[in-house]
Structure formats: C-alpha cells, structure tokens
Design a protein around this ligand. Structure first.
Ligand code: ATP
Ligand code: ZN
Length: 217
C-alpha cells in the first residue's frame, strides 16, 4: 500500500467523526471502495488511500508520516501535542470541553478552581488551561467514565466533553467553565515536500474540500 504513490488520509474508523468525514470525501466526488472492516481503502478516481484508525492514533501517525493527512478533533490533536500542521477547520464534530461541577455546588469564577481535584481524560489540555489562568488545582487522570469521579469521591470536579448534558445530569453534575471549543480539522504532515507529486495531490484534494465547505456556508 505504501508504494502505490497515493496520498494517505487517516480518518476515524468508527465514532462521532466517521460519518461526517466520509460524507465530506464523498461530496468531493471521491469514489470510495467498499470497505467492510479494512484498514486501508483506495479511492477509485483519485490518487488517495484512506486509513481507518482510532482517532487517538491519528495525530501521531500524521506526525510520523504514516499518513500525510488526517481528520481529527482539535481536542484529540491538542491532547496528543503532535507536531503537525493544521490545514483547515472542517465545521463538523463541534463539541465543548468543559469543567463540570456537582449540581449543588457553585463556581463564581475561575479562581474557585484553586485547590480542587479535577478528573479528566484530557490532562494535557487541562494542565495548559490551568497554567494559563494561574490556577493551582490537582489533575486526576482517568481514561473513562470521568463523570463518575465526583460521586466516587476521587475528584471534586471533572473536565470532559459535553454535548447534551444528559450524562452530566445522570451523575448529578452541571456544566460550568469552557476549557476548549473543538471541531474537526484537517491536519498535514510537516515534511510533505512542496514540489512532490504527493503535494500536488494534496493541493487538488484541498481545493475540492474548500469548494465543498464554501458551498455549505
Ligand atoms: P475511538 O474509538 O476512535 O478512539 P472515541 O470514542 O475516542 O473513538 P468519539 O466519541 O467517537 O471518540 O469522539 C471523536 C471526536 O468527536 C472527539 O474527539 C470530539 O472531537 C468529537 N466529539 C465528541 N463529542 C461530540 C459530540 N457530542 N458531537 C460532535 N462531536 C463530538
Ligand atoms: Zn478515541
């Protein structure tokens, strides 16, 4: 697969970004092969291969050049701190990384976070946020079911992706300060050579993506 000269684009295999990512590519008139669980799928009418991956792996794969391009949420991108170029915001996958607190608690301002324990699966983003705001709080790093942390007594507050707020409600939490407003972005490997064949394919793909995004606005 790596020697067919095709540009490689990594997208989420199955999750909240998958459908929109595929739809964007279809709107670019790309004819995608049937894929049934394959990792790599070729585009029939364009020199492009799609790599289907877990979203958490995409920034690093693009950084390392396994794929030249990727589509991933800004939340995951910033959390992994991968060294890639953000080419374009894509206008889908919008969500909000927020501090949530117990329903009966009250955060008047950000200073009230001082001395608190905050559970999250985004420790890097939260650390940067606290530092920028000169807050001294303890980050409790957990990988799943972050909403349960306050009732388990392992944290006072949480920092998690919030959409409807239903999960928060179930856990007697309410949404508070916004840490990051995220959407899906197209990212690119930094070493893709300006005059290479692959760069030309990239430019062609980018211009199609831009046309689709402009038509949507
Ligand atoms: P994977 O198995 O690939 O690791 P995941 O379970 O970690 O998937 P998803 O829940 O599918 O990830 O979320 C993928 C991305 O979708 C998030 O990183 C975020 O950018 C975005 N996202 C999260 N929640 C929402 C939402 N409610 N609406 C739209 N986009 C969201
Ligand atoms: Zn993930």
């Amino acid at each position: 697969m790596s020697n067919n000269g095709n540009l490689k684009l990594a997208i989420q295999k199955s999750g909240r970004l998958s459908e929109n990512s595929l739809q964007l590519l279809k709107n670019c008139n790309l004819d995608i092969e049937k894929f049934n669980d394959r990792l790599v799928v070729s585009i029939r009418n364009f020199k492009l291969d799609l790599l289907f991956l877990r979203d958490d792996d995409i920034p690093e794969y693009v950084q390392d050049g396994v794929a030249e391009l990727g589509i991933v949420g800004q939340d995951v991108l910033y959390e992994t701190k991968a060294d890639v170029k953000v080419v374009k915001k894509l206008g889908f996958g919008r969500c909000s990384l927020r501090i949530a607190i117990p329903e009966n608690d009250d955060l008047r301002d950000i200073e009230d976070l001082n001395g608190k324990r905050i559970a999250t699966s985004f420790p890097n983003i939260l650390r940067d946020f606290l530092k920028q705001n000169k807050i001294d709080a303890k980050i409790v790093n957990i990988s799943g079911s972050v909403e349960a942390a306050p009732s388990l007594g392992i944290a006072d507050y949480i920092c998690d992706l919030v959409s409807t707020g239903n999960t928060l409600k179930l856990n007697k939490l309410k949404s508070s300060i916004s840490v990051l407003e995220s959407e899906a972005v197209l990212i690119k490997n930094k070493n893709l050579k300006n005059h290479s064949d692959k760069y030309q394919i990239f430019l062609k793909l980018l211009s199609r993506i831009e046309s689709v995004l402009n038509a949507n606005n």
